[in-house]
Design a protein around this ligand. Structure first.
Ligand code: HEM
Length: 181
């Protein structure tokens, strides 16, 4: 079976006709599926950005990297799987255009490069993660945070943060010493 005959078979399928809006009431299918595709992408990019910003020490510095990573990575993968499913459905709609579109083909090369980048990270830096994910210093508390009203609100936020991130209240003695909670 040649590539051309596969493309023709996809183009002649009912799914492709639905995506093209050939049947009454299916005119919105392409934008709906494209919206779902883009929603999945926002989760992919959002979770990757959170991991990258944690690596740069810009956010979630009190959370060990491995904990953050293990919590976020399933979201990245499920959202990526969603993007692949919705993207593949979208592609059936105009398969004859996409199959010979250089940008569309370049997109897969770039996705492969992103995958390779992840493999490099896993077999490289990530193998030593246990040695550094707990030693990133906690930002020092503001001097006034231990006193008065500011201290009251700050410790409340600290406790809420502790519960949100760790499922238990922050330990004040560690917070005062600027250690990880
Ligand atoms: C097998 C995987 C994928 C397939 C088959 C696929 C296919 C498609 C198709 C057919 C479109 C519609 C293009 C048009 O408007 O004519 C699209 C849009 C798009 N895709 Fe994908 N996609 C896949 C995965 C991804 C991934 C992993 C990303 C990003 C990392 C991505 C990013 C985008 C973006 C940014 C758009 C444009 C959305 C817009 O028009 O607002 N896609 N994709």
């Amino acid at each position: 079976m040649s590539i051309d005959s596969i493309i023709t078979a996809i183009h002649d399928s009912t799914l492709s006709a639905i995506l093209r809006g050939d049947f009454p009431g299916t005119e919105w299918m392409f934008p709906i599926i494209e919206t779902l595709h883009v929603l999945c992408l926002t989760i992919v990019f959002g979770t990757i950005a959170m991991v990258d910003m944690r690596l740069l020490g810009l956010v979630s510095r009190q959370t060990p990297f491995t904990k953050l990573y293990r919590e976020l990575i399933p979201w990245t993968w499920w959202a990526f799987a969603g993007a692949v499913v919705f993207g593949s459905i979208l592609a059936t709609g105009k398969i004859e255009d996409y199959a010979y579109n250089l940008q569309f083909l370049a997109k897969f090369v770039l996705m492969a490069l992103a995958g390779a980048n992840m493999v490099v990270f896993h077999v490289g830096a990530y193998r030593n993660v246990a040695s550094w994910d707990k030693v990133v210093p906690t930002p020092p508390r503001a001097p006034e945070a231990d006193q008065g009203r500011v201290g009251f609100f700050a410790s409340g936020a600290d406790r809420c943060g502790g519960r949100l991130v760790h499922g238990r209240p922050a330990r004040p003695e560690n917070a005062r010493r600027g250690r990880l909670l």
